[in-house]
Design a protein around this ligand. Sequence first.
Ligand SMILES: Nc1nc2c(c(=O)[nH]1)N[C@H]1C(S)=C(S)[C@@H](COP(=O)(O)OP(=O)(O)OC[C@H]3O[C@@H](n4cnc5c(N)ncnc54)[C@H](O)[C@@H]3O)O[C@H]1N2
Ligand code: MOO
Length: 414
Amino acid sequence: MTQPNDLPRRDHVSWDAARRVAHLVGRPQPAVSRALADAAGCVLASPLVSPAAVPPVDRSAMDGYAIRGPGPWRVIAHVAADSAASIELADGQACSITTGAAVPAGATSVIRDEDIELDGHWVRGPSAPGKHIRRAGEECQAGEVVLPAGVVVDGPVLGLAASLGLNRLTVIPQPVVAALITGDELVHQGTSGPGRVRDAIGPMLPDLITRAGARLGPIQHLPDTRTALAEALSPTGRPRAGGPTEPAGGLSGADLILVSGSSAAGPADHLRAVLSELGAELVVDGVDCRPGHPQAVARLGDGRLVVGLPGNPLAALSAFLTVGVAAISRLRGLPLPALAVAAIPGGVACHPHSTRLVPVRVTGQGAVPVGHGGSAMLRGAAGADALAVVEPGPAEAIAARLLPLDPGARPWGG
Ligand SMILES: Nc1nc2c(c(=O)[nH]1)N[C@H]1C(S)=C(S)[C@@H](COP(=O)(O)OP(=O)(O)OC[C@H]3O[C@@H](n4cnc5c(N)ncnc54)[C@H](O)[C@@H]3O)O[C@H]1N2
Ligand code: MOO
């Protein structure tokens, strides 16, 4: 039965409820021990504890001279960053030193090269107790917790772990996310025309999937038949070949499968029928948002999740950022991402009963709509920083939460 476009659908859930349900439905994998080189993108399963004090000894913060007591000082040695020699200074003595080198025992400060007057073996300069010395343990003590569990392992975290002396991390592995792109009209080269639509979702998903912190599984193209979709989503997951650049491999190893197209109620839209045939549990069956209302989330009998992305490209992107990112976050062992709030200068029109997702650029003045936000368009989103989450209402919103277009950005302000 058709539904007038301006009435809420009774089976649709609110945008916030859809995110919450999509987040609740998945189960992260058990924690594993990983070498640092293999841990990027995973989430710490236990707190990061330093095995040693950092720095382990007092170190010079500058290239210059370590001195002891009042000057002038006689230079007795040189200490480089790779020197393990044990030197002790007496009052009136100095040694030249490089940044990061262990400060000799007894040194009271370091004077920078630029501030030194050198006269043969003697140096003079302004000294202040403790100046330019990084004290042992000032970053952390042995046994100290430096990061809690639940932090995403990224470049700075890996650098920190290495500087603490760690070789492995205990992490929750990244989920594998695959995609099925459906549509008989889709082509992969050249322009769209009558009877042919250039696939915009296949090229969009790999970057989104990896930015969301998942490992990229196969991206497969399927014809618009119920059997092809049912076969691809079956436990053995063997989709038919179709696209030009498909990586090898089935879908049985995926934790989450995105299915684009096939989400509405037309004759070629088989997703819900196939999910029912496979005995899947449909946990989100439409969302009160625009674009993206036909999005869906289901759990297959073997635990794999399916996220239905509507075929219109901005609707697919909105759905990925809404329920896709929520589901992936849980599979990674992360909470539902908190969203920052921004003012919308000039306001933006609300929809009476649906949440609007509006491409915006985030500026010093707030979130500014960029236009070209129709559900079949990507022009607005491609030049935007976020989708403004505009709550339903009778008039205009002057502020909104922001759904980042880069789902991997470290959250702030939420
Ligand atoms: N009777 C109804 N019809 C439609 C409804 C509805 O509620 N009742 N909702 C409309 C909305 S809103 C959306 S969004 C779409 C969702 O459609 P499907 O998920 O079933 O996808 P398709 O019908 O296959 O495609 C819709 C549209 O998008 C184009 N498309 C599909 N895949 C791609 C792709 N990979 N790259 C670029 N463009 C793609 C496709 O050619 C169609 O133009 O349903 C509406 N209809
Ligand atoms: O909701 Mo559709 O997803 O507007 O384009």
